[in-house]
Write a protein that binds this ligand. Structure first.
Ligand code: GRF
Length: 205
């Protein structure tokens, strides 16, 4: 009998290029994982189409059909638990997750963010980096806690900012790095190579 694969749930809201990077790594056998479920809070998210094209279970869960955030999160948790998922990956998921969800998957939720955290958490990140005049930006994979983009940092990639950059060009160069470090961070987790020490995430050889 082959052992069960490490199972991922990927939460999305839009384009889904990071979902695609994870799918590609799995299909190239670089990541010994399986995507058990893709959930979107946006009906027409292109990410759902990507899931469909690759024969993955894709589900639209409409937050508006629940009376409150807890009800919505309970449903999210039930769907994810029904697939015995090992890790929840947020990939462009545009809703803030609350205590209920975070406690259900404690230390098993990760996110990718397009800045070098703790600089520029939240929205309109590349625009804010350009306006601030930083010479380097990048992206960060981090554990998710209740503070927006505030959890322990797993990995980062640095991207220089050029004088002729605009939001689109900077976003594109950062995205290229996201597609490298996100699957790589998932691999470190599934190989059990990370140790959490306070706010630090140590990478074991
Ligand atoms: C990425 O820039 C990611 O860092 C941020 O949202 C964007 C999602 O892009 N959290 P995509 O949907 O994965 O293409």
């Amino acid at each position: 009998m082959t052992p069960d694969k490490f199972k991922l749930a990927v939460l999305v809201s839009g384009r889904g290029s990071n979902l695609q990077a994870i799918i590609d790594s799995i299909e190239k056998n670089e990541l010994q994982a399986e995507i058990a479920l893709v959930i979107s809070n946006v009906k027409n998210a292109y990410a759902l189409e990507r899931a469909h094209k690759h024969g993955l279970d894709g589900l639209f869960l409409d937050p508006k059909s629940y009376s409150d955030r807890n009800g919505y999160e309970q449903s999210l948790v039930e769907h994810i638990q029904s697939k015995s998922v090992n890790l929840v990956c947020l990939a462009g998921y545009m809703r803030v997750l609350g205590k209920y969800f975070i406690e259900a998957f404690s230390d098993r939720i990760i996110n990718i963010h397009p800045s070098l955290l703790p600089a520029f958490p939240g929205l309109h990140v590349q625009k804010r980096a350009l306006e601030h005049g930083v010479r380097f930006s990048g992206c960060t994979v981090h554990y998710v806690n209740e503070e927006v983009d505030g959890g322990a940092i797993i990995s980062q990639a640095v991207v220089p900012i050029f004088d002729n950059d605009d939001e689109a060009s900077l976003s594109e160069r950062i995205l290229e790095q996201e597609h490298i470090i996100y699957p790589e961070a998932i691999r470190l987790i599934l190989e059990d190579r990370l140790t959490l020490s306070g706010r630090r995430v140590l990478h074991n050889k």
